[in-house]
Ligand binder design. Structure first.
Ligand code: CA
Ligand code: CA
Length: 299
């Protein structure tokens, strides 16, 4: 299997990035990834400083996927996520809604053994590794990896785990896919700025999809999650509801009033994160409500 070293990273998703690896569709490949801090924070007084912002969230890649062109949709299957044996978390005074409770800037390191993160003698948590940053190069512009958007990027969506698929737009020929910023564990919101930040390895496989699906979107065993990011949560809510409605209305063909009612009955509006430059939400639709009506590729 082809493998890309974790020093082969980019800090922005851009059509100007030169491909680091070429893969065929359905060909599995492995990316070594650095943690969100670029593997630079280890001890209590290792601080994340303002001048490190431009090099936050290094993402391994870009990967040129053969046979993709602008306007396609790329399905990325998350085959495996492996993490190292410790995670780090940096908290910052006065950053975000919890910042007023933070006494001083501080890095903490938590051991990970046997799929468990050890907080202290009394508390340990089962890890649920997820990919924080995954995206493609947007057409005609570039976006720093710290920012989420329509191209994917720093969505910090905890449902992007092993066994799921992420649907992303193809903005340029080859897609120029990148991924990084694995979290061993993170709750919805990522409320104190970070998850359990780890370096590791992600094994992926990609395929071009030519049926309709709003992106970014994540498919799990039982759900489709439509993702959107904006400065304010109200705006992100509107984006994800519009995406889910457009998709559902097209699948069900029952009329828009019924589509809206079904979203209200069976869909869940959820928060991915509130600490990146744009906030990210997702709307979850159970596949069971779509399946009887849809014979498309994705379900
Ligand atoms: Ca992170
Ligand atoms: Ca992140």
């Amino acid at each position: 299997m082809k493998k890309l070293n974790k020093n082969t990273v980019c800090y922005r998703m851009s059509c100007k990035n030169k491909p680091a690896l070429y893969v065929k569709q359905d060909e599995p490949f492995c990316l070594e990834t650095m943690d969100a801090y670029g593997d630079r924070l280890f001890k209590k007084d290792d601080f994340f400083t303002k001048d490190m912002w431009s090099s936050v969230n290094p993402a391994t890649g870009p990967i040129y996927v053969e046979g993709t062109s602008q306007g396609d949709i790329l399905r990325v299957d998350i085959i495996q996520i492996k993490v190292r044996d410790f995670a780090v978390m940096f908290v910052e005074k006065n950053f975000g809604a919890l910042g007023k409770h933070i006494k001083c800037n501080e890095t903490k390191r938590y051991p990970i053994r046997k799929n468990t993160l050890f907080v202290n003698d009394k508390l340990n948590l089962k890890i649920e590794p997820m990919v924080g940053v995954i995206g493609t190069a947007p057409a005609g512009r570039s976006v720093l990896n710290g920012t989420p958007g329509e191209h994917g990027g720093n969505m910090d969506c905890k449902v992007i785990t092993k066994g799921t698929s992420v649907y992303l737009p193809v903005g340029v020929e080859g897609a120029l896919l990148c991924a990084g910023d694995i979290h061993a564990l993170m709750g919805d919101g990522e409320v104190c700025i970070c998850g359990a930040e780890v370096s590791g390895e992600v094994t992926l496989r990609t395929r071009v999809i030519r049926s309709f699906i709003p992106t970014p979107c994540v498919e799990t065993k039982n759900h489709l999650y439509f993702i959107g990011s904006a400065k304010k949560l109200d705006e992100a809510e509107q984006i994800v509801l519009d995406k889910a409605f457009t998709f559902l209305n097209r699948c069900l063909n029952m009329g828009s009033n019924d589509s809206a009612r079904i979203m209200s009955l069976a869909g869940d509006l959820q928060i991915c994160q509130v600490v990146d430059p744009l906030k990210t939400m997702r709307f979850a639709l159970p596949k069971s409500i779509i399946r009887p009506f849809n014979s498309g590729v994705i379900l």
